[in-house]
Design a protein. Structure first.
Length: 130
């Protein structure tokens, strides 16, 4: 999804067009977009806002860069989600991806994933549902 609703943004698609063709979700903040295209928090937050204002559910990818203990990973990931969603209202799906584990020989442990996802779920459930 593009950050803007109209204009020439080669390689990006505006929220109104996505909605018009029947999309219901827009993935934002994926690790590869961040790494390959330099999409930082400002762009990810703008794309999340664009999805919400156009009636799309953002699938917001969050996750720590480096391997850390599960509780620290949860703390970092919650801080990232809170930073990216500051002041936003609406339905959001959080997709947890520990970035250090992408393509690594060993995935994150089940305990690691469970700890972080439980913390994210509790935090999301505490947010206003406007």
């Amino acid at each position: 999804i593009a950050t803007q609703d109209a204009g020439a943004y080669t390689g990006e698609v505006s929220g109104p067009y996505l909605k018009e063709i029947g999309c219901r979700y827009a993935e934002v903040g994926h690790a590869e977009r961040r790494r390959l295209y330099g999409e930082g928090d400002t762009v990810v937050a703008a794309k999340t806002a664009a999805a919400l204002r156009n009636g799309l559910t953002p699938v917001l990818c969050v996750g720590e860069l480096d391997p850390v203990e599960p509780q620290e990973a949860a703390r970092r990931t919650l801080a990232e989600a809170a930073r990216l969603l500051y002041g936003m209202r609406g339905k959001v799906v959080l997709a947890y991806e520990p970035q250090w584990a992408i393509g690594a020989p060993e995935p994150a442990s089940a305990e690691h994933i469970t700890t972080v996802c439980a913390a994210l779920g509790e935090w999301l459930n505490s947010r206003p549902q406007h």
